[in-house]
Design a protein around this ligand. Structure first.
Ligand code: G1P
Ligand code: ZN
Length: 542
């Protein structure tokens, strides 16, 4: 029986960089998840009888919200829902499943790299039929609907068994519980030379993958251990846990410290990697050699042609604005376009759909290609492995050769977390107010060449996104970028992105912190970070 439940709007359901993200306790308020899901459905047209993909990263509340979403999808007239067994689907696997099944769209339950558990974070994101995050016009419509909603529809039914593969009925709707891994693993096998990677491993090449007790565990075990023959201890923290073992499933140098230490030890494996809560991010560390995500994007783009899926070359490269310019130099050499977009994967979708770019990446450990419409952690690891297998060189050697060819973009991101929102807004406000006075002025970073607030005109639909981050560019090509996070759930997070380019005949072997020190001082001078935030130092440096 379909119930229509009266409700009142919540005023805090505006989707951010990646869907609606809130504390679990917020999602646990009566009607909270239901309101948002109904607002998503109300913002869509023509889904009657169509297929919806449903799954998440296994975090606390995943299974409960799957039950709610199933009953609401049935009450709202979807024809079929494909659910990852156990409620599990990594974000890239969900993107692939939406595309390969011809689904109308998908609900992805995740708060990505944010911690999970009763006191931590949860999230719901809607992806459209191309497999990518809903574009802004859809998320705006969803937000408008959340402010006006008066009721939602839900089927009055028993909970569905989501652990047994197979097909069942819920009202008039069919539910298929599908293997979350197999189709995705097959896609990877179609893009990369698994034989060459297997041969590399058989020759003694060792790797270590930290799944951070999050969604990539089952994918990594199947692909690296079962299909590629890596030893059975390759995948660490392989079982997805509702609280990620109380760790922060963010593959950076702070939260993946265990992996970092293993990779810096005298007996380190040849290659180390990690992924985040929902499997779309990647961290790459060679033996004694950390690779920044911006450099990783550049190296992958420069070498992708060595792998079967990209043997014909790339159509273009896209990177988010705060990502370093390392990829720009590769694009220039390859003679292909480079697109600079605002932060967030949704901006890449249009470029990928239009066939304008093949590879995309962000400084925040996200890299992907036109094989899906999300960034993809395991894909990035496999592309690296395929390149290593083709070149038969170590990561450190590949990096050194890359910098000798293109020069080096020293890079770091400084995060100031949990700042009071009004203080963070005031800092950005003050910065914006002085933009026009900066060009020509000198500070610890050198002479400012230009300063602006990044605006993006999407070349596929001419839509304009403004206020996407304050950029201060110096005459020597260095830059400092400031923006506020759109994914945090506590106060505001200020991100400061610092970059300095050194040409191939310059000093390529500095420690990044040393190379960037003058620019770090310049960022403080220009934005008075400590004055506004009361913080002398960033909480996280990546
Ligand atoms: C962060 C990253 C951004 C990424 C997003 C989703 O967003 O900076 O690159 O696309 O998470 O994974 P932010 O919190 O900066 O808005
Ligand atoms: Zn993620």
């Amino acid at each position: 029986m379909i119930k229509t439940v009266p409700t009142v709007p919540f005023d805090d359901q505006k989707p951010g960089t990646s869907g609606l993200r809130k504390k679990v306790r917020v999602f646990q308020q009566p009607h909270y998840a239901e309101n948002f899901i109904q607002s998503v459905f109300d913002s869509l047209e023509g889904y009657a009888g169509k297929t919806l993909v449903l799954g998440g990263d296994g975090r606390f509340l995943n299974r409960d919200v799957i039950q709610i979403a199933l009953k609401m999808a049935a009450a709202n007239g979807f024809g079929r829902v494909l659910v990852g067994q156990g409620g599990i689907l990594s974000t890239p696997a969900a993107s692939h499943l939406i595309r390969s099944s011809g689904a109308f769209g998908g609900l992805l339950l995740s708060a990505s790299h944010n911690p999970g558990g009763p006191d931590e974070d949860f999230g719901i994101k809607y992806n459209v039929s191309n497999g990518g995050p809903a574009p802004e016009k859809v998320t705006d419509a969803i937000h408008a609907r959340t402010l006006a909603i008066a009721s939602y529809k839900i089927l009055d039914a028993e909970d569905v068994d989501i652990d047994t593969p197979g097909t069942s009925q819920l009202g008039d709707m069919t539910i298929e519980i599908v293997d979350p891994v197999a189709g995705y693993a097959d896609l990877m096998e179609s893009l990369f030379d698994f034989g060459a990677i297997r041969a590399l491993i058989a020759d003694g090449f060792t790797l270590s993958f930290d799944a951070m007790s999050a969604v990539t565990g089952p994918y990594a075990v199947e692909i690296f251990e079962n299909r590629l023959g890596a030893s059975k201890d390759t995948v660490r923290n392989a079982i997805p846990l509702p609280d990620f073992g109380r760790h922060h499933p963010d593959p950076n140098l702070v939260h993946a410290k265990e992996l970092y230490d293993r990779m810096m030890a005298p007996d380190a494996p040849d290659f180390g990697a990690a992924s985040d809560g929902d499997g779309d991010r990647n961290l790459i560390i060679g033996r004694h050699c950390y690779v920044t995500p911006s450099d990783s994007l550049a190296v992958l783009a420069a070498n992708a042609h060595l792998t079967p899926g990209y043997a014909l070359g790339l159509k273009g490269i896209a990177r988010s604005m705060p990502t370093s310019g390392a990829a720009d130099r590769v694009a220039e050499k390859l003679g292909i376009p480079l697109y600079e977009t605002p932060t967030g994967w949704k901006f890449f979708g249009n470029l990928l759909d239009a066939g304008m770019t093949t590879i995309c990446g962000e400084e925040s450990a996200g890299t992907g290609s036109d094989h899906v419409r999300e960034k993809d952690g395991i894909w990035a690891v496999l592309l690296w492995l395929n390149i290593l297998a083709a070149r038969r060189q170590g990561v450190a050697q590949i990096m050194a050769e890359h910098w000798t060819t293109y020069g080096r973009n020293y890079y770091a991101r400084h995060d100031y977390e949990a700042i009071a929102k009004d203080k963070a807004d005031a800092l950005m406000e003050a910065l914006r107010a002085k933009l026009s006075t900066l060009p020509g002025a000198s500070n610890s970073g050198g002479t400012v060449k230009s300063a602006d607030d990044f605006a993006y005109a999407d070349p596929t639909d001419q839509s304009i996104s403004r206020n996407q981050g304050v950029r201060i560019l110096f005459e020597d090509g260095s830059r400092v970028v400031f923006r506020l996070s759109g994914t945090g759930t506590e106060g505001a997070t200020l991100r400061v992105y610092i970059e300095r380019y050194v040409a191939s005949d310059g000093d390529l072997g500095m420690a990044a912190a040393d190379a960037l020190a003058p620019l770090v001082r310049a960022a403080q001078e220009v934005a008075d970070i400590s004055g506004f935030t009361g913080m002398e130092k960033p909480g996280v440096i990546t």
